[in-house]
Design a binder for this molecule. Structure first.
Ligand SMILES: C[S@@+](CC[C@H](N)C(=O)[O-])C[C@H]1O[C@@H](n2cnc3c(N)ncnc32)[C@H](O)[C@@H]1O
Length: 256
């Protein structure tokens, strides 16, 4: 049992509401930030229990911000825990948040969980996560709830939206204009999917360099799969061109 699980199961402070599989995921991606001077934002304060849990887990040097639409949450502020009242689907409010708060090491979206809320929060706040930081959105199962604007492969669900991240991550290899290198390609190292959670890890990076080290063991005898494929493809294309040239009686232009 990790420290977060221990805290959760022994909790007699403010109410925390999480799925039981979350603690392993949190610990896997958050443990490197413990006892460091970090800034965290959690969208969705509710009874304030998770903010207290983060405070205990990350230690006294962590500054924790919470956002909630419910005005009552303001009273849950305490040392190192600051609460802002506003909606995570209100772009004007979120832009104000970006202007006023320092960049975040960790951002957790545990707010209203509708598709619009998750997408807008991501679009407005992802850029305000530090280089080396983590963006985590939870309760992704709502992407399958019709009531929340989700549904299997339904356009506009956060799961469908986030599937594009896989392409952005690999955009350096795209040969089509429909997929270009973007901010995500240049600033994200990995995307992790878990039951109901997505974790995006940020780190600025260049296109990886292909490289070989060590000594060759033997000269390859057979052409590589790629060469065979290109060979087949080429002869196929050449045959078609020659057929066409013969058809229009341009034999002198035949490709040998
Ligand atoms: C699942 S609860 C948060 C639970 C809390 N993080 C915990 O672990 O104990 C969701 C919270 O999101 C808030 N919420 C709902 N819609 C919101 C919105 N549009 N903007 C900000 N917060 C919202 C609700 O008021 C509620 O307090």
């Amino acid at each position: 049992m990790n420290d977060l699980e221990k805290y959760f199961y022994e909790n007699n402070k403010r109410l925390v509401y999480k799925l039981t599989n979350y603690f392993e995921v949190y610990d896997r991606h958050f443990s490197r930030f413990r006892n460091k001077e970090i800034t965290i934002l959690e969208i969705g304060v509710s009874q304030g229990g998770s903010l207290q849990m983060w405070k205990e887990y990350f230690g006294d040097k962590a500054t924790i911000y919470g956002i909630d639409i419910d005005q009552n949450c303001k009273q849950l502020e305490e040392e190192n825990i600051h609460i802002l009242i506003g909606s995570q689907s209100d772009r004007t409010f979120l832009r104000e948040v970006v202007k006023t708060l320092p960049q975040f090491d960790i951002l957790i979206d545990d707010g209203g969980h509708t598709m619009q809320q998750q997408i807008i929060s991501y679009e407005e706040l992802f850029g305000h996560v530090k280089d080396g930081g983590v963006y985590l959105c939870e309760d992704l199962h709502t992407s399958y709830f019709l009531s929340h604007g989700g549904g299997h492969k339904r356009r506009g669900s956060f799961i469908e939206y986030s599937k594009n991240f896989i392409d952005y991550l690999n955009a350096h290899y795209s040969e089509q204009r429909s997929l270009k290198v973007n901010y995500f390609t240049k600033n994200v190292t990995s995307v992790h999917y878990y039951d109901s959670i997505i974790v995006v890890e940020k780190q600025s990076r260049e296109k990886p360099t292909p490289m070989k080290t060590g000594v060759m063991s033997f000269e390859p005898q057979t052409p590589s799969k790629g060469r065979i494929y290109r060979g087949i493809k080429k002869s196929f294309v050449v045959k078609r061109i020659n057929k066409m040239l013969r058809f229009v009686r341009l034999k002198s232009f035949l490709i040998k």
